[in-house]
Design a protein around this ligand. Structure first.
Ligand SMILES: Cc1ncc(COP(=O)(O)O)c(C=O)c1O
Length: 403
């Protein structure tokens, strides 16, 4: 049974005040909050078995290695990857995308085409632009519609035998749009293109099955799914990861080193040079366990209710416009006529409400709507309708002060 009071008790930060008001945390799209069980795992690591992994024969090192590799298996199971070595533990979504983008510099040729959706976060645009500059490939954009969905007809028309890669987020961070990634993947495969899906905003809400999706690469960050910052994953099909050259050279990613020649380790170590975020990886596994114990069906139900309620209440405010109305997760991106989003965000903060304002690292979306940015309220399963009431009242107050 989903017990919201009990769940809120799991998050110590939800008890704090901001400017003398109880915190209402609606910036979950930027980062989610951390349950006590994850905080405890971090404290336990540094208190009891802090050691470097994969290297030592001593007990602490072996304990840390076992826990880190257990976390990899938890992540593998969560995403339903076929093999644990197809899960590369990275510093997060941005790092994961850069591993793939830099690897394709030795695979792509001049004139090859790359398709990227208009709904992307900058971290799924810039690395591909850098790649195109390097190899002379051509970047084409899958356009968006007014409701925040992708124009799929155009997508199908853009695909051709020159298309080598397609990049798309599973869920848009700026609008919350849930993209039809299965259709995108299947169509790309028909012309022989590979697909990377950015799951940073999907994974807090949806449990992706990488085998069912038949996706080639899937990336996400722990900190958006109740885990710590600085850790994430790159899932890749074994044969595709094997095609990519290493991203960084260093310790742990080698098999043998001489001054004449170095041979590389197999998966996943080939992409994990240096000492990783050991504690972060272990805590990521605990966060995944925590979310699964609540259940993604329950999470979706609670968030759908919050989205429906928040949309209904905010829409009642005259002069308030919501951006992105297609099938979406619990994100409401909006503006108040005649007011800069930053000013609204500042007033909301004074009232204890944390929202994100600005372009959300998705400037092309803001350009499409001809706006400098939006106010983004992104809800998590631990939020409540009462908190939404506080947001609505605070927005009305801000409107009265600013208009
Ligand atoms: C859709 C999307 N992609 C990528 C990122 C980048 O994630 P990170 O900063 O954890 O690397 C974000 C972060 O907001 C995001 O929302």
């Amino acid at each position: 049974m989903f017990n919201i009071e009990k769940i809120r008790e799991d998050f110590p930060i939800l008890k704090r005040e901001v400017h003398g008001k109880p915190l209402v945390y609606f910036d979950n799209g930027a980062t989610s909050q951390t349950p006590q069980i994850v905080i405890d795992a971090i404290v336990d690591y540094y208190s009891n078995y802090n050691a470097n992994i994969h290297r030592g024969v001593h007990t602490l090192s072996q304990e840390a290695t076992d826990k880190y590799e257990e976390a990899r298996i938890k992540i593998q199971k969560h995403f339903n990857a076929k093999n644990s070595y197809e899960i590369i533990l990275t510093a997060g979504t941005t790092h994961s995308i850069n591993i793939v983008a830099s690897g394709y510099a030795s695979i792509l040729k001049k004139g090859d085409e790359i398709l990227v959706s208009a709904l992307e976060h900058h971290s799924n645009i810039v690395p591909w632009q850098m790649l195109c500059e390097k190899v002379g490939a051509i970047l084409k954009v899958i356009p968006m519609e007014n409701d925040g969905s992708l124009n799929m007809e155009t997508y199908h028309g853009l695909l051709n035998s020159q298309t080598k890669l397609v990049f798309c987020n599973h869920v848009s961070n700026a609008l919350g749009t849930i993209n039809p990634i299965k259709e995108i993947i299947d169509a790309a495969h028909k012309v022989g293109a590979k697909v990377l899906v950015d799951g940073a905003q999907a994974c807090p809400h949806i449990k992706p099955d990488v085998q069912e999706l038949d996706v080639d690469y899937y990336v996400a960050s722990a900190h958006k799914m109740c885990g710590p910052t600085g850790v994430g994953l790159l899932y890749g099909k074994e044969e595709l990861l094997n095609l990519l050259p290493p991203y960084q050279g260093g310790g742990e990613m080698i098999e043998t080193v001489t001054f004449e020649k170095t041979t590389y380790a197999g998966l996943p170590h080939k992409f994990e040079a240096g000492t990783p975020n050991i504690c972060g990886g272990i805590a990521f596994g605990v966060a995944i366990d925590y979310m699964n114990a609540i259940g993604f069906d329950e999470i979706a139900k609670q968030e759908e209710e919050l989205l429906a309620y928040g949309t209904k209440e905010l829409e009642k405010i005259e002069g308030l416009k919501i951006y992105g109305t297609s099938h979406k997760t619990s994100v409401i991106s909006f503006n108040i006529e005649g007011v800069h989003p930053y000013d609204v965000g500042t007033i909301l903060d004074k009232l204890g409400i944390a929202v994100r304002t600005g372009h959300h690292c998705a400037q092309p979306i803001m350009d499409y709507f001809c706006i400098p940015g939006t106010i983004r309220a992104s809800f998590a399963f631990y939020n409540t309708k009462e908190e939404i009431d506080q947001l609505v009242n605070a927005v009305k107050k801000a409107q009265m002060m600013l208009v």
